[in-house]
Design a protein. Structure first.
Length: 117
């Protein structure tokens, strides 16, 4: 059975709109996928930079662990805390100049000192 020309045109028009709708849906879907891909790419870059930072920190910690295993490290830390070896004596040196400089003279002290001379 043959369709009338008018029915054929309507059917072709219907197919055209369905195709157009399908193309529009695919275009929107493609656009959303592309936006998601860009977001994921940025996240990958951020995570990669964080990974590099963590790798560097890991190496620093490994160095610190290997350094902490040495006797000289613990000796240095003990000396920083103020501990001494047997037979050693602690000597404290105070700078007098710094103590005098800490307290600035007031204008009244300057006037009194001027007249005392």
């Amino acid at each position: 059975m043959r369709l009338k020309k008018e029915d054929q045109k309507n059917f072709q028009l219907f197919l055209f709109f369905i195709s157009l709708l399908l193309i529009a849906l695919l275009a929107v879907s493609n656009w959303k996928i592309e936006a998601k891909r860009k977001d994921l790419k940025k996240e990958i870059e951020n995570l990669t930079s964080q990974l590099q930072i963590l790798k560097k920190r890991n190496e620093e910690l490994k160095e610190a662990i290997s350094k902490a295993k040495s006797e000289s490290y613990w000796e240095e830390k003990a000396r920083e805390e103020g501990y001494l070896k047997e037979g050693e004596e602690a000597i404290v040196i105070k700078k007098m100049e710094e103590e005098e400089k800490k307290k600035p003279e007031t204008i009244w002290q300057r006037i009194i000192n001027f007249f005392q001379k």
